[in-house]
Design a binder for this molecule. Structure first.
Ligand SMILES: [Zn+2]
Length: 264
């Protein structure tokens, strides 16, 4: 039953989204992921499990804490919904079956979403996610990308992904005498490289730089704050582009090779 599968996957995605909320709060603050249980940031009361149901509890409580009635940020249910929708998308692109493409997709959705949010808020990319991610990518690569050549592609993808950005950041530092890109971006690209291989990771570097520049220029144009500080984390653009390339990378590469370079 595809509908039944979709509902189960969506609920599973919402639960992982709920866990994502915990991760993005606690990981940058060096708090434990597993304990203590969630509590209200205002009155510190523990949130009961029946008040912790993704999205539904938020709607039921009218977006307020049960005890102190302070508003709970809308970002919590939104992040839960976002992960739920990404899980559904992964099932759709995996042709509605529980294959390796589906499980790889939900793994990337569950790791790139917290990276996206944490880098946006704190300008750091947690190694607690990227390092295990590199390991998982290498282990899966022979099964996903065709035996030994798949593993080789993953290794080269990591070296190219991390290497290009590493060289750019070293050059940047030498030329402008200040920190350009953080090492977190290098690790994130290495992580994605193990999943995407060397061709698609180049696409990610190019695509995320383009997207980041366009968004950066728009923000600087409209907001004084961005003109003065000029701080725009690169991680969210890499994460977003990385996920898009995971889903549509083959098609995008094909389009570029045939329409721009006229290689059939
Ligand atoms: Zn409260």
């Amino acid at each position: 039953m595809p509908i039944f599968n979709l509902i189960v996957i969506f609920i599973f995605g919402l639960l992982i989204g709920s866990f994502t909320n915990v991760i993005v709060w606690r990981l940058p603050r060096d708090e434990s992921i597993v304990k203590p249980r969630s509590h209200c940031p205002y009155c510190n009361r523990m949130i009961k499990s029946y008040d912790n149901i993704p999205v539904i509890s938020y709607l039921f409580l009218g977006g307020k804490c049960r005890y102190c009635k302070k508003s709970i940020s809308i970002r919590y249910p939104l992040i839960e919904l976002a992960v739920g929708i990404l899980y559904i998308l992964c099932f759709v692109i995996a042709d509605f079956s529980f294959n390796l493409r589906f499980f790889t997709g939900i793994f990337l959705a569950s790791t790139l979403t917290p990276i996206f949010i944490i880098d946006l808020e704190h300008q750091v990319i947690p190694e607690h996610i990227t390092f295990p991610g590199i390991l998982v990518g290498l282990i899966l690569s022979p099964f996903r990308m065709g035996g030994w050549s798949g593993l080789l592609n993953a290794v080269i993808g990591a070296v190219v992904g991390g290497g290009v950005l590493f060289i750019v950041s070293v050059l940047w530092k030498a030329l402008f005498k200040k920190e350009g890109m953080g090492f977190g971006d290098v690790e994130l690209l290495a992580f994605l490289g193990t999943f995407l291989g060397w061709k698609k990771i180049l696409l990610v570097i190019f695509g995320s730089s383009l997207l980041g520049s366009v968004v950066g220029i728009i923000l600087m144009f409209f907001f004084k704050r961005f003109r003065e500080k000029r701080i725009l984390p690169f991680g969210p653009f890499i994460s977003l582009t990385g996920f898009i390339v995971f889903i549509w990378g083959d098609r995008i590469l094909h389009l570029i090779l045939t329409k721009i370079f006229f290689l059939a």
